[in-house]
Each structure stands twice: as C-alpha cells, then as structure tokens.
Design a protein around this ligand. Structure first.
Ligand code: C2E
Ligand code: CA
Ligand code: CA
Length: 705
C-alpha cells in the first residue's frame, strides 16, 4: 500500500488509490497488528473466506487455520517473518463454511522509521480453482471419462512400474486383456447410452474381484486391461481370469429394463516368460485374447501355447472332479492294518478311488494333487470323512464292532478350519465312537506351520479321534516339535520299507523311527510291506503294525469285511527248531552241497542261498547267528554282503570263503569289523568244522576272539 505512494501524488490521492486497489483486487488482503489481531480486510477476503469484515476484525488470523499444518510449519513461518520481514508459501486454510482450500500467501512486516515492525500485511491468492483445473486436466490425460478407470497412458506407466518391482523382487506379473463378447450387439440394438451404462456396470463388477494392488484400466470400447502384481505362480492369473468371468455371470439390467448377458474373453501374458516390457506384454495378451475369441469366446488363453495346454487340462480335470463329487463317483477302498504280533486285522486305512462312468478306476495320485490346487479337496475330504463313518456304522450294524478306520487328511483341509466340525458331524450322524476314527496327517503339512498345527491337533484330540503321522521320515521334522504333536501313531514311509532288507540306510531309518515312536509311547506302522522278509525284519525290530500288499491290497468295503469275518491273519513265524542256525551263501550250488555235507552231523539248522540278495531275505525271515559266505559272487561280493549284514544284524558272526586273489578286499573287510574270520580255498574240512563251532561259541559269549 505504501508501495503505491508516489512522489507525484498527494497523500490523499495515494490513499484513495490504495483503497481502490484493495477493493478491486481478487486477492484477499489482511492487515494485523503484532499480536496478531486483524485490523483490516478487503472485500476479496470476505469473498474467499466467507468471513464478513465484522466477523474478522479483532480476531486472530488463526480463525482460518485448517489443521493441516503442524506447529513446526507455523513456527517457521513466524520466524521468517520476524527475522526477514517476509514469508511466502502455499498454505491450506479453512473457509467459514468449513471447506479447506489451498492458497498462495505472502506475508510482509510493515516497519516504522526506526525499522521496528508495527503491522503485518498478508496477501493471499485462492488456488482452489486452479487446482481443480489441474486435476481435471490430469484426469482427462490419465483416466477414461466414462468409467473413471486409468487409460492407456496411465496403464503403461503403472505396468512399467509393476515390472520394475517384479524384477527387483523376483516375482511374476501378468497382463490380462479382457474383451467383452458380443458387446457390439448390445450397443447396436439398445443404443450407445445403454452400452455406456453397461460398461460402467461391468467395471463395478470387475472391481469387486480385484486386490488392492491390481490395476484395472479401460483401453477402448469394450476392452479392459488388468495388471496383476506380485504373482507367485502364473496359475494365479488363470484363477483371476476365471473369477472375472464368474463375476459377469449374473445378467445385467439395461436402462431400458432389458437383460443383457455379458461374457468375456481373456488373454493372458505373463512376465517374465512372455516379455520384459510393458509393450511386449500388452501385445502378447492382445494376441491371446484374439485366440480366445477365435475359440468361441467366453474363455481365457495364455500367450504361451504350452501354458494353454496345461490350463485346458486343469480345467477339464476340475469340471470332471466337480461332477464326480456331485454324482457320487468316489468310492473308498480299505487296506487292512495288521498287528505284527498276533497277525490279526486291527482296522483299515480308507483310500479314495474315482470310479468313472465307464467303469475305470482312477488312482488318487492322479486327482488329489489337482483337487488340492483348485480347492475341491475340501468337499472331497469332507465326503471321505463322512463316508468312512457311514461305513463303520454299516460294519458295526453287521456285527463287526471293533474296526478302526484311518482317513487321509490333505494339507488344505487341515489348514482351512472346518475340519473339526466335519469330524464331529460325521461321527454324530453315524453314531461312531471317536476313538475308532483316525486321521492321517503328513509330516510336511504339520511342519509348514508347527505352532498352528499343534493347536489344531489339540482341538482334534479333544474330540477323541486319534492322529497318525503319515509318510514319516520323508519330511524334516524338528524333534523339538515332534514331541509336542499330540499323535497316537507314526507311519514309516513306504520308501524306507521297500529296501529295508537290503539297504542298511533304509533299515537304519526304519529302526530309528520304531525306537523314536516307542520312546514317545506311540504306536508304529510300516506301510507298503510287500514281502515276508520285510515283515520279518520289522517284526524282529519291534514294529507294531504293518500295512501292505503282503497281507492285502486296498479292497472294496465288502471285501474288507469278508477278510475280517473269515479271520484272515498274517502268518506268524514258527518258533525256530534249531537254536544254532547257520546261513551259507555261495553262487555255486555244488559248493553249497559240499559244505552242507561237511556240517551234516553238527546239528545246526542250515539255510543256503545262491546270492547275497537271497541271503538277506532269509536273514529277514529267520534268526541266524553265523553266516558263511563265498567272496566271489556275481551281483554282490561276500565282503559287501557281510558289510550290509553287519549294519542290519550287528550281532551275527560273519565268515568268508575266499580265493587268494581276493584276499586284499577280504582283509579290509576284516579290519572294518564286517568279517570275523576268513578261509582260503580249498579249505580243510576239519578246520572249517572247528572254526564254525567256535563262531557259535563266540556268538553265545562263551569264548572271546
Ligand atoms: P498314502 O496315504 O501314503 O497311502 C498309501 C498308498 O500306498 C496307497 O496308495 C496304497 O494303495 C499304497 N500301498 C499300500 N500298500 C502298498 C504296497 O504294499 N505296495 C505299494 N507299492 N503300494 C502300497 P493309493 O491308494 O494310490 O493312495 C495314494 C495316496 O493318495 C495316499 O498315499 C494319500 O496320500 C492319497 N490319498 C488316498 N486317499 C486319500 C483321501 O481320501 N484323501 C486324501 N487327502 N488323500 C488320499
Ligand atoms: Ca495315508
Ligand atoms: Ca503314507
């Protein structure tokens, strides 16, 4: 105001000019004293803030404060004003009606002749109009006016950003081009306004399916593009494609009241395999959506053809499984669990089969993993529990009162709550005692989240059902947790049972599991037992139960009941006739015969085998104290054979017959403790008899070496 003062004007003139400027400027002007208290405002102030002159005079300018700035902000403002006499900046203020608006504010201190401040003057430009224009401009540039979705420009920027992030974090990302099928028909027959309304409604539906980090945009007409960030598996894109298609299933109601059925084709490209740039991925997804349209629409296609093949197979499988569940195509087979001591059937493991309409029986290995992925396992798993309980009830009504049944629980079933309720409902519905139902849980699904697993297992135990730890030995159980899992049984995985007779490594795992289970005071079952030798070895090592083809394959419920009714048992070994038993192994039958002849009057029980393998099988089935083996045999040498025997049956006394040529290996085996004594061919009959007698005495602890 003083600035306007000019040497050529009188003071009066200058004041009149100042007043005119103040009255006509569109900027708000405010004059305060040092308190600060408002002394004067101009008409623009009233227009902008809503405060009349009378409202403002005598008040503090803080009546305008918006609450959006902190104390530090105001302190800095005042400090600058006091020290430099000046402050300028953008600030949020509040109008009388409460609206918050941005303004550009210049504050100046007015000083007297001594240079001391007497007043402050503030000049403020309201920026809200400008900001609104800027925003509208931004929206026009970046957003689709109809649906308010990002347009191509913004989409490309966001996609680029997504790709940079995915590359940094090692994730996948996907671009889905969504194209509405037959949209043109609706536009043509109901008019463009209807078409526009439909696009807006479709946008709303699509939005409900998105995660916060996903970007949906509209490119043109009826084409939408969806960018999926941070995908773990490319199949997640497929799940989204199907979710989008499902969201459109309910018909739309057009403004004219007609129903519109909208279907979408979706083309998917996946980062990084289908391209590293936004452009490449958009082109790929576009090509894929064209293919989906060519195939008749209402489907999705990947850009990469091999992913398409997999996706088709997944889809076909899912539909078939859904039908199977709805139409009762699943059946449970039952495999007996047998007591190794009494040989009697204790119960069964229920194993699901899929009986297809053509009569074919499909193995669970072919559909359980798929069902686990697509979530159908939850329905299937609940059915398994129900049907097993129903079967137990049928058996009980038929007089088979003590049959226990174990069912397999899948990881997803275990994780997704609801399992307890399913179990309780099934038990109640068929009035089955809880202790007769056992749930088989695998080691890997418990170790994934051990704390949660302990809680879930405890809840299941409270119902009274029993728990079994399936496939034990294949995961990496921490012993710390193992002790906390409230289990009743451990199952030794089939992979260890298969080689138990011949592979000391597998045998060690099996015997360790048995020892561990017993120390934890839980039972132990070996699964996949196919031979008497395996059963024999397990029995000798204290295993409680077995399950496997040796006794029975999984069979239909009726056949299982028949096995129980007939009282089928696993033959238990006869007590050994001879207390001293010798095993002789040689690949040449005439040598076996000769050796037997030499020992005929010694009173030993003698087993002969023509190979190391046969020898191991005999050992598994029979108690043997002394072993005499030829060194030179085709499949496995005597030293190697006896080395394995040492690991499997450490108490046995092992001897070898060797030629001079092989002595070096033999001596090494002696040093390793695999061999007690060796004989060099041709042997002295009398010496051989004596040495074998001594070997038995050594075994019996009568003599020391
Ligand atoms: P699992 O729980 O380890 O079941 C044992 C598998 O070994 C069964 O295969 C059984 O038939 C097979 N088996 C039993 N004895 C022998 C034998 O002596 N030799 C050989 N070679 N195999 C033997 P199956 O029935 O094909 O089931 C395979 C897997 O499918 C099961 O492995 C289990 O993980 C899963 N499964 C089966 N039924 C169900 C179910 O109802 N629900 C769930 N979630 N999974 C199931
Ligand atoms: Ca099992
Ligand atoms: Ca198993």
């Amino acid at each position: 105001m003083g600035d306007v003062c000019s040497a050529s004007w009188s003071v009066q003139e200058a004041l009149r000019i100042d007043a005119a400027i103040l009255a006509s400027t569109r900027d708000a002007v405010i004059v305060t004293d040092l308190a600060p208290k408002i002394l004067a405002v101009n008409p623009a102030f009233t227009e902008i803030t809503g405060y009349a002159e009378g409202d403002a005079l005598g008040k503090s300018p803080s009546i305008l404060s918006s609450g959006r700035h902190d104390r530090v902000f105001y302190q800095a403002m005042w400090t600058s004003l006091r020290q430099t006499g000046h402050w300028q900046g953008e600030i949020w203020n509040r109008r009388k009606d409460g609206e918050i608006y941005p303004e550009r504010l210049t504050l100046t201190a007015v000083c007297n002749e001594q240079g001391d401040p007497t007043h402050y003057v503030g000049v403020a430009t309201d920026l809200s109009q400008l900001r609104r224009h800027e925003e509208r401009f931004q929206r026009l540039v970046h957003y689709d006016p109809l649906t308010a979705l990002p347009n191509r420009l913004l989409l490309e920027a966001r996609l680029q950003h997504t790709l940079e992030r995915a590359s940094r974090e090692g994730n996948r990302a996907a671009v889905l081009v969504i194209d509405l099928d037959q949209f043109k028909t609706i536009n043509d027959s109901h008019g463009h306004a209807a078409g526009d309304a439909l696009l807006v409604a479709v946008t709303h539906r699509l939005r409900t399916r998105l995660r916060e980090e996903d970007t949906l945009s509209r490119l043109a007409g009826d084409q939408f593009v969806l960018v999926l960030e941070a995908l773990h598996e490319y199949q997640d894109a497929e799940i989204m494609a199907r979710s989008i298609q499902a969201s459109l299933e309910t018909p739309f109601i057009l403004p004219d009241g007609c129903k519109a059925y909208v279907r979408a084709s979706v083309g998917i490209s996946v980062y990084p395999q289908d391209g590293g740039t936004a452009q490449a991925l958009l082109v790929g997804a576009d090509a894929a959506v064209h293919r989906a349209k060519e195939l008749g629409g209402k489907q999705f296609c990947y850009y990469t053809s091999e992913l398409n093949v997999q996706a088709r197979a997944t889809l076909v499988m899912e539909e078939a499984l859904r039908r199977a569940l709805a139409q009762g195509e699943f059946v449970l087979y039952y495999q007996p669990k047998v007591d190794l001591r009494s040989g009697r059937i204790l119960g069964a493991e229920a194993l699901i089969r899929w009986r297809q309409p053509d009569g074919g029986l499909v193995s669970p290995l072919e559909f359980i993993p798929a069902a686990e992925k697509n979530g159908l396992i939850e329905g299937i798993g609940a059915w398994v529990i129900r049907d097993a309980c129903r079967q137990m009830r049928v058996w009980r009504d038929a007089g088979l009162t003590e049959i226990k049944v174990a069912v397999n629980v899948s990881a997803r079933q275990f994780r997704c709550g609801g399992l307890e309720d399913e179990v309780i409902q099934a038990l109640t519905r068929y009035a089955v005692e809880p202790r007769r139902l056992m749930l088989e849980l695998t080691e890997s699904m418990l170790m994934a989240e051990p704390e949660e697993a302990v809680a879930r297992m405890t809840a299941l135990k409270r119902i009274g059902v029993r728990l079994s730890l399936d496939d034990f030995g294949t995961g990496y159980s921490s012993l710390a947790y193992l002790g906390r899992f409230p289990i009743d049984q451990m199952k030794i995985d089939r992979s260890f049972v298969t080689d138990i007779v011949t592979d000391p490594g597998a045998a060690t795992i099996a015997t360790s599991v048995i020892a561990l289970a017993h120390r934890m005071r839980v039972g132990v079952v070996a699964e996949g037992v196919e031979t008497e030798e395996q059963a024999g070895y397990l029995r000798q090592n204290g295993c409680d139960e077995i399950q496997g083809y040796l006794f029975s394959k999984p069979v239909p419920a009726e056949e299982f009941a028949e096995l129980v009714r007939q009282g089928k048992t696993l033959p238990t070994p006869e007590a050994p006739l001879q207390s001293r038993t010798l095993l002789i192994v040689d690949d040449e039958p005439h040598i076996l015969a000769a050796l037997q002849r030499i020992l005929v009057d010694e009173g030993y029980g003698i087993f002969t085998a023509t190979s190391a393998h046969e020898g191991l099988e005999l050992l598994a089935k029979n108690p043997v104290q002394v072993i005499l083996s030829d060194q030179r045999m085709p499949a496995m040498s005597g030293a190697e054979f006896l080395g394995r025997v040492k690991a499997l049956y450490p108490d046995t006394v092992r001897m070898v017959l060797s030629g001079y040529a092989e002595l070096e290996t033999v001596v090494q085996a002696v040093n390793e403790g695999a061999i007690y004594k060796f004989f060099v061919k041709p042997w002295d009959e009398e010496q051989l008899r004596t040495q074998i007698r001594e070997a038995f005495l050594y075994y019996e602890g009568v003599i020391q070496q």
